[in-house]
Design a protein around this ligand. Structure first.
Ligand code: AMP
Length: 394
């Protein structure tokens, strides 16, 4: 199918968009409408020459922003819309053509993602107003991980919390893990074997993928579990909440805010959530930044080692996301913490694979498990899943 897919990622005050043609060589138009609802709402994007533009949209809501996005597409008309939806619960194991039933199923999972799913639904409603005749497809961050076996997705909690309330591990960043593991299978002579994927950006997660199926992942019920992230703590002792409440009198909202917004690289360094600044400050002798790097890399290595238990065979590790694609230092340090896996990182290749380059980090003639850098393409994957979903309904 040659659908030209408008990919929409709708937040409470922003809409990220990209127009993706079936021809992978065609230039992508894309950008973000941000600060929606405020006086300085604006649309920032790039045109087909790669030139960037900013257009003020004072007080625009989601519908007005989508109309402005439509106007910015230089007359190119999308033939379908693909929505990134954060949480599909257990209901969605793959992308779904949006109809009233799908919308109510997304509403039903909103309790599991109270910040994200309502914003995603607002995006669907606005898109239906602006593009009433286009088919719309929901692509879920959680769907790729619906192949986890029960021993990986269940918490050791009373069963009713799972059966009555859906408390289990779901995992996120599914489109990214799916894309890079499939791509590694295409690029590597090892094919679609056992890959550990490390998506390292502002949000970070790892995943164990066997023949294109996710068998385990580091995020859980929410995107807070697992690795250290920009401002998120990742794993902490589950007793921490009660301790902070009883000893410091913090409310649940305060604790949630600290764990989600004031922790991670920011909390450890006391400086910033931005890995570029952390690396610079650590080099200049900032102790907090050095510690943040140490904890960040150690926790990635520990997670990859743990997830390797899910795979019958390890074919390699894939780094992706803003940090995974651009930080030779993080990659080197993570690999050096996994000596027992028999990787062989070539330092010159590691230094060269930055800024969107795709390739292998291994030294020449290495035959053990591989190391890859594969720039993620969540938008491209959403467009592809949208096309497949429409083909299945044609
Ligand atoms: P993402 O959420 O995937 O856009 O990734 C954002 C993260 O990537 C931030 O922590 C950035 O500091 C980090 N990042 C981007 N470029 C670099 C770089 N050249 N070196 C280290 N980290 C980088």
């Amino acid at each position: 199918m040659n659908a030209s897919v408008l990919v929409i990622n709708c937040g409470s005050s922003s809409i990220k968009y990209a127009l993706i043609e079936a021809d992978p060589q065609a230039p992508r138009l894309g950008g973000i409408a941000e600060r929606l609802g405020s006086a300085d709402a604006r649309l920032k994007g790039n045109d087909s020459n790669g030139e960037s533009f900013t257009k003020p949209l004072p007080s625009a809501d989601h519908t007005q922003a989508l109309s402005a996005i439509l106007t910015s597409l230089e007359g190119r008309e999308p033939t379908a819309v693909g929505h990134r939806i954060v949480h599909g619960g257990e209901h969605f194991t793959q992308a779904a053509l949006i109809d009233a039933h799908v919308i109510s199923a997304i509403q039903a999972t909103a309790a599991l993602a109270p910040l994200h799913n309502p914003a995603n639904l607002a995006g669907i409603a606005a898109t239906q107003k602006v593009f009433p005749n286009l088919p719309q497809v929901a692509v879920f961050d959680t769907a790729f991980h619906q192949t986890l076996p029960p021993h990986a997705y269940r918490y050791a909690l009373p069963e009713a919390l799972y059966t009555d309330h859906g408390i289990r591990r779901y995992g996120f960043h599914g489109t990214s893990h799916a894309y890079v593991s499939q791509r590694a299978g295409e690029l590597s002579s090892r094919g679609a074997g056992g890959w550990l994927t490390a998506h390292l950006g502002n949000g970070c997660s790892t995943s164990a993928v066997w023949h294109n199926q996710s068998l385990d992942t580091s995020m859980g019920l929410t995107p807070l579990e697992g690795l250290v992230m920009g401002t998120r703590s990742g794993d902490v002792d589950p007793g921490l909440h009660a301790h902070l409440h009883h000893q410091l009198g913090w409310s649940l909202d305060e604790i949630d805010n600290v764990l989600n917004k004031q922790s991670g690289l920011l909390g450890l360094s006391g400086l910033t959530n931005d890995m570029r600044e952390i690396e610079q400050a650590a080099e200049q002798g900032h102790a907090g930044a050095a510690l943040a790097l140490d904890v960040f890399c150690y926790r990635i290595a520990k997670s990859l080692a743990g997830l390797s238990c899910a795979l019958p065979q390890l074919d390699g590790v894939i780094f992706t996301g803003g940090i995974g694609e651009n930080s030779p230092q993080v990659r080197r340090r993570v690999v050096s913490l996994l000596p027992h896996f028999g990787f062989a990182l070539d330092e010159a290749r590691n230094a060269a694979l930055i800024r969107g380059k795709e390739g292998k980090l291994d030294s020449a003639h290495h035959t053990g498990p591989e190391l890859w850098v594969i720039p993620t393409d969540e938008e491209g994957r959403i467009a592809m899943e949208t096309r497949h979903c429409l083909e299945a309904h044609a």
